[in-house]
Design a protein around this ligand. Structure first.
Ligand code: PMP
Length: 446
């Protein structure tokens, strides 16, 4: 299998030749919060699939819903003229679920990148409907990750994901992120740093001209960029600046929606109502590729009350509102609420965060520990704590590998080790992850 994989599979986010030198783990099974590989190892999944398997791998109600839907209606499009019962039921449930966020309509997609693309397009269209045709630019945060479509890549805050694919969408500008460990202001106080980043946002808007900007897109807590929670004043500050300048706020909650932050959404976590919210990932717990862009009431009304014809939507996917995906999402939403996952996410998140801080006291390689907002934590590894020089790829890969052989799968993203386990993790599972990391770190420090 390893040879065939190297010969025939190109992996996302990896060098195509890498599978020869470093054969990937071949996962052949999973149950609860554990995955099994072809060599017989069974480990706690500290990654939660890819931030999406919030309820673990054995969610019977979702499996039953998918099986029943495959019998009833495996596919039909919801392009103009047809719909299906499951997508209607799901939309009503999502409307209730996201009502506190001010979001009342759903536009369906096949995943996170599609959700981002949808929100960017609808944001431009919103301004066109209002006759504000100059508003075409987008703002986003450095270190933000917004998927890999041309639009999403353009607003991506990490240049490594952009440069190979340029020219991208013109008119995209990236604002410093409230990242206390490293920032251009050398500011370590989270509140003062939030203020400086907000000022940078104001300055960029003034420089570009407010009337040229369609939307600001941001993750409530930066995820793939290394789990960077901002000071609580930051996202409300962004909301305020956007509102004052007629700029729409797109919350990219592909990771944070549905409980991961310890709140039902990342926007709610910070007390903010966005104009669009991109969701995907945990919406079906990984059982089906699916996503939804939730739309604020006032944006929806602008589209729905337009008489000029400009609001007709020239955008959508074959699998928008897929009935099997909708059935999976309905069952997933019910189970997510029944289990009240934010509560456990908060408790286990706190345990992991404290555990990582204890590891930092023991291992010099840990430069920074981030967490404290549900089950998304990270540690940033350095080769020297004083100079903060990033750890090299080979050393961090060793930490990951040794952790795996000590019972836990963890994710490496640049110099960071990221933890985003299922939200149903137990105290014992969390201890397995921490002990495995301890072993991994011990292996590089001798
Ligand atoms: N936005 C965010 C915040 C994400 O974390 C991701 C995926 N990690 C995406 C968008 C893209 O989602 P997908 O990989 O499902 O296209």
């Amino acid at each position: 299998l390893k040879e065939m994989n190297a010969r025939s599979v190109w992996h996302p986010m990896a060098h195509p030749a890498d599978s020869h030198a470093n054969p990937p783990t071949i996962v052949t099974g999973a149950s609860g919060v554990r995955i099994k590989d072809v060599d017989g190892h069974e480990v706690v999944d500290g990654v939660g699939g890819l931030w999406n398997v919030n309820l673990g791998f054995s969610c019977q109600p979702i499996k039953d819903a998918i099986a029943a839907q495959l019998d009833a209606l495996p596919y039909y499009s919801i392009f103009r003229g047809t719909t299906n019962d499951k997508v209607i039921q799901l939309s009503e449930e999502l409307r209730t679920f996201f009502e506190p966020d001010g979001l009342t309509r759903a536009f369906y997609t096949s995943g996170g990148s599609d959700s981002v693309e949808t929100a960017l397009r609808l944001a431009r269209q919103y301004h066109k409907i209002r006759g504000d045709t100059g508003r075409v630019k987008f703002l986003s945060l450095k270190k933000g990750y917004h998927g890999t479509h041309m639009g999403g890549a353009s607003v991506n805050g990490n240049a490594n994901f952009r440069t190979q694919y340029e020219p991208l969408l013109p008119g995209c500008y990236h604002i410093p992120a409230p990242y206390t460990y490293r920032n251009p202001f050398n500011e370590t106080d989270p509140q003062r740093l939030a203020q400086l980043c907000l000022q940078a946002l104001e300055d960029e808007i003034a420089f570009q001209g407010a009337g040229t900007i369609a939307a600001m897109i941001m993750e409530p807590i930066l995820g793939a960029g290394g789990v960077i929670p901002p000071h609580p004043s930051f996202m409300p500050g962004v909301r305020d600046i956007c509102t004052r300048n007629g700029i729409l706020l797109i919350a990219d909650e592909v990771i944070t929606a549905f409980g991961r932050t310890g709140s039902w959404s990342g926007s709610r976590h910070w007390g903010v109502q966005p104009d669009f919210m991109c969701t995907a990932k945990a919406i079906t717990n990984g059982y089906f590729p699916f996503g939804a862009v939730m739309i604020a009431e006032q944006v929806a009304e602008t589209f729905e009350q337009d008489a000029s014809g400009k609001a007709a939507i020239g955008h959508g996917y074959t699998y928008s509102g897929h009935p099997v995906g909708a059935a999976a999402a309905l069952a997933c939403l019910a189970e997510t609420q029944r289990l009240n996952v934010p509560e456990n996410a908060t408790a286990r998140g706190e345990q992991l965060h404290q555990g990582l801080l204890a590891l930092q006291a023991k291992h010099d390689a840990i430069g920074d520990v981030r967490g404290g907002h549900g089950l998304m934590c990270a540690m940033e590894l350095v080769s020297d704590r004083e100079t903060k020089s990033p750890i090299d790829k080979k050393t961090i890969a060793t930490v990951q590998e040794v952790a795996y052989h000590n019972g836990a799968m963890v994710r490496v993203s640049g110099p960071n080790i990221i933890l985003s386990p299922p939200l149903v993790l137990t105290r014992e599972d969390a201890l397995v992850i921490l002990d495995a990391l301890d072993a991994g770190l011990a292996a590089i420090t001798g």
